[in-house]
Design a protein around this ligand. Sequence first.
Ligand code: AGP
Length: 605
Amino acid sequence: MCGIIAHAGADDAVGTLIDGLERLEYRGYDSAGIAVQNGSGIAVHKRAGDVSEVREEIQTAASSGDVGIGHTRWSTHGPPTDENAHPHTSDTDNVAVVHNGIIENHAELREFLADEGYEFTSDTDTEVIPHLVEHFRKEESETIVAFRRAVEELEGSYAIAALVRDEGRVYAARAGSPLVLGLDDDQYYLASDIPAFIEHTRDVVYLEDGDVVVLEPNEAQIFDENGLSVERSGECVDWNPEDVGKGAFDHYMLKEIHNQSSSLSKTIRGRVDPDNGRVALEELDAEILDGVENVHLVACGTSYHAALFGARMLTDAGVRARVFRASEYAKMAGPTTEGTLVIPVTQSGETADTLSALRTATERGATTVTVTNVVGSTAAREADESVFIRAGPEIGVAATKTFTSQVVTLILLSQKIAAELPDATPREDLPELLAALEQVPTHIDQVVETSRAEDLASRLLEYDAYFFIGRGMSRPVALEGALKFKEITYEHAEGFASGQLKHGPLALVTSQTPVFGLFTGDEAEKTITNAKEAQTRGAEIIGIGPENGPGAAESDAYLRVPDTHPVCQNLLANVQLQLVSYHTAKQLDRSIDKPRNLAKSVTVQ
Ligand code: AGP
């Protein structure tokens, strides 16, 4: 979590840093700060609260400088206070540091530094870093050597950027946390993620673990883990500045819900061969599937729900597939062998739990193919192969368009795997499914344009709890609907397999607990029966199903989706639920794009 940014160039760094931090707030937003070289030392502005509060403070102080660093925080060590906000400085104020990640040996380092006479003013693990740099500067004539020695003392994961008084450069290092270099003509940027500087440049270099970077207004030098100067190849990303703005929408989440038709079109483009009724996922070399006997999908949160969907598609095609919460994988996976294909599903490609599962799989000799949105992410670089979901940047903390693109990517991948494995067979109705998938973007637009979710939301504000039920392929949608609802409304919501309701959760059902029934897919009839069991106990039933589906007559309220292939109905029902969550949260005046306590990219275990 946390977002860091650094800038060196001819332009004033302050505006660039603050604008960049606002673009990184999805990574954390409980405090923020910047530090700039301003000719008479390092000026630090930081405080609890969001980036706009730091912006106000800076405008008052009229700070400026051509080299600087910035940070937006998601607290791990110490509460969100002014003292714990980054940048952290050394005793002398000669060194200022921002950090994303966790310094696991911070307690020992703190003890050592305290014995050496350094005074600490925060609860953070980060504060050891400026003191360490300061400490080694007393022993080394060159700051780069002192910085490197400080970095070598750190255990854990980090992306760090540092300023040193009277030096017009930024020192940075990466180990286990993302850090991307942005290159413009006479401007250089470093950030946790590309949206921070996309309005300035699309030319990027993804740094490697162990890299140390020195950024100056006219130069960026990269040194590898042995201290040798290296060239890293760059690439031009196909994201646009508009992709990371809100446009005419009130919230990123609403923009991203609306944009699903275009993002999904990109996901599908070139990957379906409708003439032959087959999947054409050519970027995945079929050879990688040689010898695969079973499949493990590992993921967290929304990505876990997409993985459930993918696993169901695989098992229906005769592939032995299991899904694991990534955080449980190391202990739970049982036999992972060279015959196991492990698929980490992760929007960001940086989720620590998912990366840990990926590394466990690699250690055990499995083949790994990640399904991710971010080219250059750690998951993409560490997995044997990657299949990109091509959803474009997603800024709202609550995942929406990326879930849709993940599910469709997994549908395609499942059928490619089934076509390659000797004991598996793609679905008999694959041509019909692929034809229906190509219609989903149009159907999403129809749902978004005609949804009655906003009206419904206004009636939903006074209840005690909200339940979501589904069966088979609609179960992941029920779980995802409940996750989305709780994330942004802060109301109690739970998703269940509909058949599970009567085995316990039914005890919670009252007239104050509406039940959302996913009446989509092949198993809708049974879910309708389960929903009626709740209805007879007083619950209001909100059905989501096809235009003329049988659930409409049984529901107290009904949200319609176009009558399409049963698999695709689930994707469209999910869009209705996204809108229900959005409008309910809006009417409750919640912080929709930045829900309390959450961050988009969870880079701690
Ligand atoms: C989704 O709305 C959440 N923000 C969260 O559950 C997220 O899906 C999870 O942290 C996994 O993230 P990833 O896809 O980037 O790995």
